[in-house]
Design a protein around this ligand. Structure first.
Ligand code: GDP
Ligand code: IMO
Ligand code: MG
Length: 432
């Protein structure tokens, strides 16, 4: 038995959902541990596409249990809608396969209004958040004014907590953000029915995980966002409001560090970013447009066009260290087919200095110019490849170079969005 954390190594949208769906087959439980419905995880099974924002990407396997850990911030409207849509598509969702931590915090209507109001006030300097209320919800958690699932399912406590916080929220929204304000009765009307619907799903997730471990199950932890959107280690302030690194699987799910045995870093074969913030290898030319089109790089949550650029191993080595990666899953290799020459950033030039470690100050990062290594591309369509030997030599050389630069083995290669378009070279559950 072993437990593996899947995390994004770049700025999100690396293909975590797809890889989690593939690996879920080998796990008993699939657990989300941070973020909220700012995430958009896509999987394509038998030609059908599914996008999950909150429900863990193991739900398409009928015999797996999916858990939403205490570290996740949950918009109950989005969760109930996701459950409803899955049921409409014939997928059974109930307390037998989906449980939520009683300690998980609720995203409230005022969190979304504050998120939008602040972005509007910032104008050109906005962060480009997803507008889902993620930051304001984590803020209330840390300042001890949050409302948790254990509060929601007790209407008396829910009413009390809500009324004690609304005065301050209304003042901030109306007087500072000049935003529309909130109505207590409307919130109660909306949220109390969520309590009824979700009550059977609310439990102590930490206890469930520990039981499953004792029974010999593999546990798969599903990260959201990416390492460089981490609140501590990312490109602050152009980050999300949670720790996205593997270490947070422990805090966000309720287990200890000795229960993590492997960390699989998902590496998109090039780099993308949605929202504002520095991006040294960004391509604002026809190759960037080509990658954006071929890779269908539109945000799964907001539909925004993703910014695209070359692979950046300064960024990836940072992720390898911060997460103690034990393996890599390289996704979207097929998207690079047809590009004559590929570039990989191996260092940054900052004035007269050559940097090999990712800088913390945004002023420095913004001034960094990538130092590239060139590799020959390949012209073949590789989406039908079943094993690495089916790949053109140049594609294999590209993967080998990633392994060398990151000093981490490639365990999975993904050459298309479909579940079957995946090569498993080494089982992440067995390799530790
Ligand atoms: P996540 O947030 O990390 O789960 O990634 P997203 O789902 O937001 O974005 C990844 C996109 O790439 C989705 O549309 C996937 O269906 C798609 N995808 C995943 N792996 C591959 C791949 O190997 N090749 C191609 N062409 N598409 C892929
Ligand atoms: P997945 O799990 C890509 C980005 C937003 C914005 C910043 C802050 O699908 O990889 P937030 O709403 O979290 O306060 O926004 O973080 N962002 C993501 N970018 N993929 C995601 O999730 C993201 N979740 C948040 O675009 O720049
Ligand atoms: Mg995504």
């Amino acid at each position: 038995m072993s437990n593996v954390v899947v995390i994004g190594t770049q700025w999100g949208d690396e293909g975590k959902g797809k890889v989690v769906d593939v690996l879920a087959e080998k796990a008993g439980l699939v657990v989300r541990f941070q973020g909220g419905n700012n995430a958009g995880h896509t999987m394509v099974v038998d030609g059908e596409s599914f996008i999950f924002h909150l429900i863990p990407s193991g739900i398409l396997h009928s015999d797996k249990i999916c858990l939403i850990g205490n570290g996740v911030v949950v918009d109950p409207g989005v969760l109930t809608e996701e459950i409803k849509q899955l049921r409409e598509r014939g997928i059974s969702v109930g307390p037998h396969n989906l449980m939520i931590s009683e300690n998980a915090h609720l995203i409230m209507p005022y969190h979304k209004l504050i998120d939008h109001g602040r972005e509007r006030l910032k104008g050109d300097k906005k962060l480009g958040t997803t507008g889902r209320g993620i930051g304001p919800c984590y803020e209330d958690k840390v300042t001890r004014r949050g409302i948790r699932f254990c509060d929601l399912i007790d209407p008396e406590i829910f009413r009390d907590k809500l009324s004690s916080i609304l005065g301050e929220k209304a003042f901030y929204l109306k007087d500072f953000l000049k935003s529309e304000t909130i109505d207590e009765a409307a919130i109660l009307d909306e949220y109390l029915p969520y309590a009824e619907e979700l009550r059977p799903h609310v439990t102590n997730v930490s206890v469930l995980i520990n039981q499953a471990i004792k029974e010999g199950n593999n546990i798969l932890f599903e990260g959201a966002q990416g390492t460089h959107l981490d609140i501590d280690h990312g490109t602050y302030p152009y980050v999300t409001s949670s720790n996205t690194v593997a270490g947070n699987a422990c805090c966000g799910a309720g287990i200890g560090p000795t229960q993590i045995h492997g960390v699989l870093g998902i590496v998109k074969a090039y780099t993308t970013r949605v929202g504002s913030g520095p991006f040294p290898t960004e391509l604002e030319d026809e190759i960037g447009d080509l990658i954006q089109r071929t890779g269908a790089e539109f945000g799964a949550t907001t539909g925004r066009r993703r910014r695209c650029g070359w692979l950046d191993t300064v960024l990836l080595r940072n992720a390898a260290r911060l997460n103690s990666l034990t393996g890599l899953a390289v996704t979207k290799l097929d998207v690079l087919s047809g590009i004559k020459t590929l570039q990989i950033a191996t260092a940054y030039q900052y004035g007269n200095d050559r940097l090999t470690e990712f800088p913390s100050a945004m002023k420095v990062l913004e001034a960094c110019k990538p130092v590239y290594e060139e590799l020959p591309g390949w012209s073949e369509d590789i989406s039908g490849a079943l094993e690495p030997d089916d790949l053109p030599e140049n594609a294999r050389a590209y993967l080998k170079r990633i392994e060398e630069l990151l000093e981490t083995p490639v365990q999975i290669i993904s050459v298309g969005p479909g579940r079957e378009e995946t090569m498993l070279l080494q089982d992440p559950f067995d390799s530790v």
